[in-house]
Design a protein around this ligand. Structure first.
Ligand code: ADP
Ligand code: MG
Length: 328
């Protein structure tokens, strides 16, 4: 049976649109274990198990020496090299690094869309796929469905993800609608629920896309350059929106971004990766208090952090070895 026709895929939990190809893809339901024998490349771990590091109190995400190669043989592309990361529950981590260093690959591994070639990926203390974890995703392209209204787009995950799906018919006109309206209001889109996506600006569409990523109360929010296509002012407005959403809901967030100012404004930690094959070369705690403001991004400490990370990335882009407090 093909993977797409397997029971795991039939119970897909969340519709999203992949930015680069613009087509709909399905993330499978987290409660169901993937059919590993079919999907796992040679050498990958196939038995779900609890991580063994006693010093870690079940981080939400843990990578243990993960490597990832796309394809096999001579045409294989080594995307990740012995990558180890720990991310605690409720944390906000930014992933930065040169283009092609494996940032999106890390999100795909966490999402269970691909499996590690070697090493282990744990989510909620269990190997990926073994635990029921709700995930929300947003990409550079807002990817709203044009034939649905903004409210219908935002409510879409409730139609697909359990336990909301079971109550869909009964609740759709009341609770779920209220839920969507409350989120839309929180991101400044009150009164736009009945509009269609094409009636909204790019920034407004991205706000709606954030609402869609959050409507089913995800434990994990995976954001792949969500503000990359927006102008500077809109982007800064949305940083404040995302900060507010995180402060009120506290999901674990992993944000892939090329914008160091954005990473230092939003994240608690900035993980810097080397050029491909990517590995973690720096794991920086962001010390600035919250709520952060745009004015703070011009403070000396903030600018100094940005400059230091920028020179680090310039170094790794040039292919130079760096050894600045490298993470495990
Ligand atoms: N499906 C794929 N097949 C082959 N190579 C891929 C595939 N997806 C990504 N890659 C390659 O893997 C590397 C890492 O990709 P990606 O994680 O998308 O990088 P980033 O998000 O950091 O820009 C890149 O060199 C990319 O070309
Ligand atoms: Mg990417």
């Amino acid at each position: 049976m093909s993977k797409a026709g397997s029971p795991a895929w039939h119970s897909a939990c969340f519709l999203c649109v992949q930015e680069d190809i613009g087509c709909l893809v399905m993330l499978r339901e987290w409660a169901l274990r993937r059919e590993r024998e079919q999907a796992t490349p040679v050498g990958a771990c196939t038995t779900p198990q609890r991580h063994s590091d006693p010093s870690v109190r079940d981080p939400m995400i843990q990578f243990e020496s993960v490597t990832l190669a796309y394809g096999r043989g001579e045409s294989a592309v080594q995307a990740l090299d012995k990558t180890s990361i720990k991310i605690g529950e409720g944390d906000f981590v930014a992933l930065v690094g040169p283009s092609g260093c494996g940032k999106s690959t890390i999100l795909k591994l966490i999402g269970g869309l691909i499996s590690a070639t070697t090493g282990y990926v744990f989510v909620a203390g269990r190997e990926i796929g073994a635990e029921d974890v709700r995930i929300g995703m947003a990409f550079q392209n807002p990817t709203l469905l044009p034939w649905l209204t903004v409210r219908q787009n935002v409510m879409l995950p409730l139609k697909i993800v359990q336990p909301f799906r079971a109550d869909w018919t009964r609740k759709r006109k009341t609770d779920y609608r209220d839920r969507a309206e409350a989120l839309l209001a929180q991101v400044g889109l009150s009164g736009f629920g009945d509009k269609h996506p094409w009636q909204l600006s790019g920034g407004m569409q991205q706000r709606a896309s954030l609402c869609r990523a959050l409507i089913h109360d995800p434990t994990l929010l995976l954001l792949d350059e969500p503000f990359g296509a927006l102008d500077q002012f809109t982007r800064e407005e949305l940083w404040a929106v995302l900060q507010e959403l995180w402060l009120t809901r506290k999901p674990t967030v992993i944000l892939v971004t090329h914008d160091l100012r954005e990473s230092a404004f939003l994240a608690n930690r900035i993980v810097v990766m080397s050029a491909r094959p990517g590995r973690v070369i720096e794991d920086e705690t962001v010390p600035f208090e919250r709520p952060r403001t745009i004015a703070m991004t011009y403070d000396a400490g903030f600018v100094a952090l940005n400059q230091r990370l920028r020179s680090l990335i310039v170094e790794v882009r040039a292919g130079n070895e760096v050894s600045l407090g490298a993470a495990a």
